[in-house]
Design a protein around this ligand. Structure first.
Ligand code: CMC
Length: 377
């Protein structure tokens, strides 16, 4: 049967899913039917992760249990730390995270993905341990010892603590938690699709997440948040923003943090991130990068908005992380340690009615070519 080929599978549904929905024309993102803005205002990352994974908000008792389970499983084996110590400190943290997550699976070898109980504990471990790995790597590569998680601290507070050995101001932990909510899930993006393909082979969830981490790393996907801050730093001052944007447009260079396959208006996550920027700066002082970003958005809008290109989630997130003192190359791992809940939700959904992904191709090569011996070529 002939098929239309859609480059990048644009507009081709790869699954039916009840996890999240994007209305790209109206700029609406919902997780399990709840607007992401509402979740930022009312929920926490851990509660949102539960919502994504299990399809509904937890009762108080369920949340208590989930929180206890995740908190209890934050520690990582010393051999994972040893593995991280062996990696070159100049290496990208996404590579270290991918290696450590793949290795995690070797410590928890339950391969039967039909075992519901086992799947629950895999989800708990992955949600719990990714932040510990990210923080451990961030410290090890500069010669510091990793810091063990503290059970008396919430998810985001504990992450700051493992990174810096001090407890972050409550507003910072709160804002960071909202950033995690905003990054937790986003329909059929490249890393989720990658995870689904891996999941459809019935591979274990550590392998599923490791493959998703690989896809997230690229600059057209999660890697854009890092590129944005590099670009804003390169621009350096508000006065240079317009000429930078004009040059980029003339050279047909893509502006990082702009554009989206689905959104044809401003990404609602970018709008919330801007509000978070303002809350953060009201307490901790402004960031010159933010002023530059506003000017870039205004200047780029003049040529790009008519094409449906606006800031996406990656445009303002890095400014927040930068203000909180985080290294630029940690931005995409932060994305991963949040998105893991979305990836796992899709993994569980895929398992319910699994069908191996095995798309077709349109062959454009030759047939019946003769084999020419090497001395006659
Ligand atoms: N700056 C300037 N022009 C752009 C941009 C941009 N950021 N994005 C798209 N365009 C133009 C593109 O040049 C093309 O123009 P023309 O039709 O004249 O050739 C047109 O818009 C369509 O672009 P496309 O790349 O074919 O569209 P797509 O749907 O494949 O693009 C995208 C989606 C995210 C890959 C793209 O917008 C992009 O490369 N953006 C920059 C990277 C980025 O910010 N990525 C993060 C995406 S959101 C979060 C995430 O997934 O992690």
């Amino acid at each position: 049967m002939p098929h239309d080929f859609m480059p990048g599978l644009a507009g081709v549904p790869a699954a039916t899913s009840s996890i999240s929905d994007v209305d790209g024309q109206r700029g609406i993102l919902e997780y399990r039917g709840i607007r992401v803005e509402t979740l930022c205002a009312e929920s926490s990352y851990l509660e949102t992760a539960y919502l994504l994974l299990f399809g509904r908000l937890p009762s108080a008792t369920e949340f208590q249990q989930w929180n206890r389970d995740v908190t209890h499983h934050r520690r990582i084996k010393f051999r994972i730390v040893d593995l991280l110590k062996c990696l070159p400190e100049q290496g990208h943290p996404m590579d270290a995270l991918q290696a450590a997550v793949a290795a995690l699976g070797m410590f928890y070898p339950g391969r039967n993905v039909k075992d519901v109980e086992n799947n629950y504990w895999s989800a708990v471990r992955l949600v719990a341990k990714l932040p510990t790995i990210v923080a451990a790597w961030a410290r090890l590569r500069r010669g510091d010892d990793p810091i063990s998680p503290r059970d008396d601290l919430g998810f985001s507070e504990n992450f700051f603590y493992m990174l810096t050995e001090s407890v972050a101001p409550p507003l910072w932990a709160d804002i960071f938690d909202d950033c995690l909510i905003l990054h937790a899930e986003h329909t059929m993006n490249a890393s989720t699709f990658t995870g689904l393909v891996t999941a459809s082979t019935l591979a274990d969830p550590y392998t599923v997440v490791a493959s998703s981490i690989g896809a997230l790393k690229g600059p057209l996907h999660g890697g854009a948040n890092e590129e944005v801050v590099i670009m804003l730093r390169e621009i350096g001052m508000v006065e240079k923003a317009r000429s930078y944007v004009s040059r980029a447009m003339e050279n047909k260079k893509k502006l990082m943090g702009f554009g989206h396959r689905v959104y044809k208006v401003k990404d609602p996550r970018a709008t919330v991130l801007q509000q978070l920027c303002r809350r953060l700066f009201a307490e901790s002082g402004s960031s010159p990068l933010y002023e530059v970003a506003l000017e870039v958005e205004a200047a780029a809008g003049e040529s790009l908005n008519s094409k449906g290109i606006y800031p996406n989630v990656d445009f303002y997130s890095g400014i927040i992380y930068d203000k909180m003192g985080m290294d630029i190359d940690l931005f995409t791992p932060l994305f991963a340690m949040s998105r893991v809940s979305g990836w796992l939700a899709h993994w569980l959904e895929q398992l319910r009615e699994n069908k191996l992904f095995r798309p077709d191709q349109i062959y454009s090569g030759e047939h019946n070519r003769p084999y020419v011996p090497i001395d006659q070529r």
